[in-house]
Ligand binder design. Structure first.
Ligand SMILES: NC(=O)c1ccc[n+]([C@@H]2O[C@H](COP(=O)([O-])OP(=O)(O)OC[C@H]3O[C@@H](n4cnc5c(N)ncnc54)[C@H](OP(=O)(O)O)[C@@H]3O)[C@@H](O)[C@H]2O)c1
Length: 261
């Protein structure tokens, strides 16, 4: 299977910073039009102008709070109204909270589930049918190395990413053989605004940190090879996840707690 996106548009959520900006940049570099979604409209507009100027693509900025109820359907309606056909969806918008479960603000915790899980599922449900009908398309869902084991002090975040991995691998299996690639990308520490937003100590995220461009390059290498299901980004992360999979669950949980403390 080769990546067939010409004539369609890539919808990237969380495009106002970090990995989302890097995904949007790579689609545009490949000559694919993009729709950029996040809450900070000024950043989206600046990125859209830059991508149009640099690569000659049509880049559309749509400001939306994807944690809000009904946001996926509203976004779909707006995209349809503009006559845009989405051939690639990157469900990248997401955030973490670094705190013990009982100390975290319950409203922020709920917002994290709404964004990391509910919006990702709803957007996949909105856009995947069109790709299956067309016989080609790509859905990339951002998981994490935290998808693979419990994450004490980021308990709900880790659980949302475990959901993303399980959901994505299952849907990838369901649509196999229909020309659509559905892939969970699981990065480890990556140099973005994530750590500041989540309240993670910088030094805990620094070791072995990847750049967004590295994660995106690995994603496209995998997509270009026809990969579906899931992938871990970064050699060091691949080794750690492989070890974690054979370790007793309690040991993997304790190791994860140490890394996140
Ligand atoms: N960085 C890491 O170490 C790491 C590791 C593993 C997985 N990930 C995952 O990678 C994805 C991207 O994160 P990142 O590292 O690039 O972090 P980031 O730089 O903080 O970017 C997060 C993006 O999500 C958007 N966003 C947040 N809340 C939103 C909302 N309610 N509605 C719409 N958009 C919203 C933000 O834009 P606005 O604030 O403008 O809305 C921003 O564009 C996330 O799913 C994260 O869990 C990151």
């Amino acid at each position: 299977m080769t990546l067939r996106l010409t004539g369609t548009t890539a919808l990237v959520t969380g495009a106002s910073s970090g990995l989302g900006t890097a995904y949007a940049n790579e689609f545009a570099r490949r000559g694919i039009d993009v729709v950029l979604v996040a809450r900070r409209e000024d950043r989206l507009k600046a990125l859209a102008a830059q991508l149009s100027a640099d690569f000659g693509v049509t880049a559309t900025a749509i400001a939306a709070d994807l944690a809000a109820p009904g946001s996926a359907a509203a976004l779909r309606a707006e995209i349809d109204a503009r006559g845009i056909r989405v051939g690639a969806l990157v469900n990248n918008a997401g955030f973490g909270l670094h705190d013990d479960f009982l100390d975290a603000d319950p409203a922020r915790t709920a917002e994290m589930i709404d964004l990391n899980v509910a919006a990702l599922v709803a957007l996949t449900r909105e856009f995947l049918p069109g790709m299956v009908a067309a016989g080609h398309g790509v859905v990339v869902n951002l998981g994490s190395t935290g998808s693979f084991q419990p994450c004490p002090s980021m308990a709900v975040y880790g659980a949302t990413k475990a959901f993303v991995l399980s959901f994505t691998e299952a849907v990838a299996y369901e649509v196999r053989g229909q020309g659509v690639q559905v892939l969970a990308v699981c990065p480890g520490a990556t140099a973005t605004e994530f750590r500041a937003v989540s309240g993670l100590h910088a030094d805990r995220m620094e070791t072995g940190s990847q750049t967004p461009a590295q994660v995106v390059a690995e994603t496209f290498r995998a997509l270009d090879r026809g990969r579906t299901g899931s992938m871990v980004s970064g050699r060091r992360n691949k080794v750690l996840i492989a070890l974690g999979r054979i370790a007793p669950r309690r040991l993997a949980t304790a190791a994860s707690a140490r890394m996140l403390s």
